[in-house]
Design a protein around this ligand. Structure first.
Ligand code: MN
Ligand code: MN
Length: 287
């Protein structure tokens, strides 16, 4: 049985790679000039894997995959917030357009509630970006994509404007100053945080879950790196922060953990497209 299953998987993989090679040949050849360039069947933002096996199907409402040119994310219909978002960050993504306006995500399946910016008004929680506004500000389309409410969760102001933001800035510094290319996965878990009006389990008349923790996992690469360039020595930075007030002045470094710790907290498998031994080495270290 196991053998059969394995050979099926291998066949499927072989088929996909043959298809990829054919497509690549086609695009590189005569058609290259007249067709838009397609990098691969899967989004660059999922290069390292799909941490929760999210799929773009209404049959998976609590692990619903949304792919955009700017990022990939898993939305949770029961919580009305995302489980995680995954995005590449290099210099090409960075600009200096002003912030956009928060908008409901009208691309959600028909009949699903669309969170509005007003659902957060007066809640004591920030409209917290998962993919930061400043990571996607080179074009109006990019900027608008991160202001969709499916990228937002109720975030304690001291977390959002304190260590969480400081870590976002640190990541952009790695890109701008050190010319690194990052793969970032961030999300939230648990129920109940504290905002400006104290402890709460939800906002928006009970529709939107307030998560208990926020977490982020960052793989630090050289520009243009591919999967095969990742080694056991590749740097990963991971943090878990409580979604609460009172941590505004706490340095983000205080919240460093291993990727394994975040896997344990969330039940997700990060970097699943990397070889087992590479994954194990990178995930066990605390940066
Ligand atoms: Mn923020
Ligand atoms: Mn893993």
């Amino acid at each position: 049985m196991l053998r059969l299953a394995l050979s099926k998987v291998l066949q499927k993989r072989a088929f996909v790679s043959i298809l990829g090679a054919l497509l690549g040949t086609l695009l590189a050849g005569g058609l290259g000039g007249c067709l838009p360039v397609v990098q691969s069947a899967t989004s660059v933002h999922l290069l390292l894997g799909n941490p929760s096996g999210a799929i773009a199907s209404v049959t998976a409402p609590d692990n619903y995959l949304i792919e955009r040119p700017q990022y990939a994310l898993s939305f949770n219909r029961s919580r009305n917030i995302l489980n995680w978002a995954s995005w590449q960050l290099n210099r090409d993504w960075l600009g200096n357009l002003p912030r956009s306006e928060f908008q409901p995500d009208r691309t959600l399946p028909q009949g699903w509630y669309q969170v509005t910016p007003r659902d957060y008004t007066g809640s004591g929680f920030d409209r917290g970006h998962t993919v930061p506004a400043s990571d996607r500000n080179r074009s109006p389309e990019d900027s608008q994509s991160v202001f969709l409410m499916t990228n937002i969760f109720p975030q304690a102001p001291d977390n959002n404007q304190g260590p969480w933001q400081a870590f976002e800035v640190y990541c952009r510094d790695l890109v701008r100053r050190d010319q690194r290319e990052l793969y970032i996965i961030a999300g939230s878990t648990g129920v109940g945080g504290s905002g400006e009006r104290g402890k709460q389990r939800s906002v928006g008349q009970g529709k939107i879950t307030v998560p208990a923790q926020v977490w982020k996992v960052v793989l630090v690469l050289e520009p243009g790196a591919e999967l095969r360039d990742v080694t056991q020595q590749t740097q990963a930075i991971a943090v878990i922060m409580p979604n609460q007030q009172g941590i505004r002045d706490t340095p983000w470094q205080r919240f460093r953990v291993s990727v394994d710790d975040v896997e344990q907290l969330t039940g997700y498998d990060f970097f699943s497209n990397l070889p087992r031994d590479v994954q194990a080495a990178i995930e066990a270290r605390v940066d």
